[in-house]
Design a protein around this ligand. Structure first.
Ligand SMILES: NC(=O)c1ccc[n+]([C@@H]2O[C@H](COP(=O)([O-])OP(=O)(O)OC[C@H]3O[C@@H](n4cnc5c(N)ncnc54)[C@H](OP(=O)(O)O)[C@@H]3O)[C@@H](O)[C@H]2O)c1
Length: 323
């Protein structure tokens, strides 16, 4: 396997990233409980014991409680911080009543949001700061200046983006001196538009692909790490199912199960192995809070799907033959 682009900056980084969106006791106003801390501790320990050392957070996850609970884990076991690559995101603003969502990459908001994240995380800095989503009202120079300043202050070591296309990244990079090292996008067997856009150029059905054309190629050329959120497709093909499954979903789940047997693996690992077969070397971000499932996911690196199996899975999930 070729090196992950992120290895230029973090040679020890694992291919799997643990997504902390569901830590902290849910999206409610309850305070963090002892059992939330216990759950987060068990998850962090399981990840590290199975060589998952990149942790993905965001200021908004469970309204800040995800970072809070993670900070509690670090406080009780400070030595863990050195073993991990910690990433968080800013740029989505939820009002105190959590009703009106806005994107905000203004200097004031990103500075305040990052400082609050660091407080919750009980850390002096994060390794990678992600801009969570593009903000149509962003003033490029002001934002870039604020990022340069926060970087100089040592509050984050590397910059990354999420849900951005090639032109947005290049535009941002033109103004900031901090290199952008990663882009996190929704990519999975379910949300496979990153493959659709590759194979449907010049075709009517290609117009429905939501994935920005050229983004994968741009990121690869710039040696930017691609991370996939929603990588397990919420377990749709690996046991979680859905309320009224389509024929394609049922057929895909069946094939995932058969491949799990054939490759002596498990369904979650097959879903991730499909993503990891892509030569841009994607880092799947996994959001399961079930420690057994986390361990199952770590088996994905051992599965090298054949070209035929990869295409068959893709075709089953898209529901019809490729052009
Ligand atoms: N950048 C962005 O805009 C963005 C957006 C969304 C998420 N993210 C990041 O990506 C991470 C992952 O996203 P995600 O949580 O939406 O996606 P995911 O990893 O595809 O799905 C995780 C969810 O699916 C359930 N699940 C997975 N496999 C299962 C199975 N075999 N059986 C039953 N349930 C199963 C999990 O439940 P259990 O906990 O019970 O296993 C959990 O609720 C997040 O934690 C976050 O860090 C980033």
């Amino acid at each position: 396997m070729t090196e992950l682009p992120i290895h230029d900056y973090y040679p020890q980084a694992s291919q799997l990233v643990y997504g902390c969106m569901n830590l902290g006791g849910g999206w409610n106003n309850n305070s963090v409980s002892d059992s939330d801390i216990k759950e987060a501790t068990a998850i962090v320990e399981t990840c590290l014991a199975h060589k998952i050392n990149v942790f993905d957070l965001a200021d908004i996850y469970t309204f800040g409680k995800s970072e809070e609970v993670f900070g509690q884990v670090l406080k009780s076991m400070p030595s863990l911080r050195k073993q991990m690559i910690l990433q968080t995101k800013v740029g989505i603003k939820l009002t105190p009543t959590h009703e009106v969502k806005q994107y905000d990459l203004s200097p004031e908001w990103i500075t305040k949001a990052l400082n609050n994240s660091l407080k919750r995380l009980q850390s002096e800095n994060v390794d990678i700061l992600f801009l969570h989503r593009p903000d149509p009202l962003m003033d490029l120079d002001d934002t870039a200046e604020a990022l340069n300043k926060l970087h100089k202050q040592g509050k984050f070591s590397h910059l990354a983006v999420s849900n951005m296309h090639a032109a947005q990244i290049a535009w941002l990079q033109s103004a900031t001196t901090v290199p952008i090292i990663a882009n996190q996008l929704q990519m999975s067997l379910e949300h496979a538009d990153f493959v659709e856009e590759t194979i449907t150029t010049n075709m009517k059905e290609g117009c429905s692909s939501g994935f920005p054309r050229g983004t994968l190629e741009f990121c690869e050329q710039q040696n930017m790490q691609l991370q996939a959120w929603g990588s397990l497709a919420q377990g749709k093909y690996s046991g979680n199912g859905s309320d009224s499954p389509t024929e394609a979903e049922l057929a895909t789940s069946k094939l995932v199960c058969q491949l799990a047997n054939r490759y002596s693996s498990n369904a979650n690992a097959i879903v991730l192995a499909w993503l990891m077969k892509h030569p841009v070397n994607i880092q799947p971000v996994i959001g399961t809070t079930n420690t057994d499932r986390i361990i199952e996911c770590t088996k994905a690196g051992k599965v090298n799907l054949s070209r035929e199996d990869w295409y068959q899975l893709f075709e089953k999930a898209r529901g019809h033959e490729i052009p």
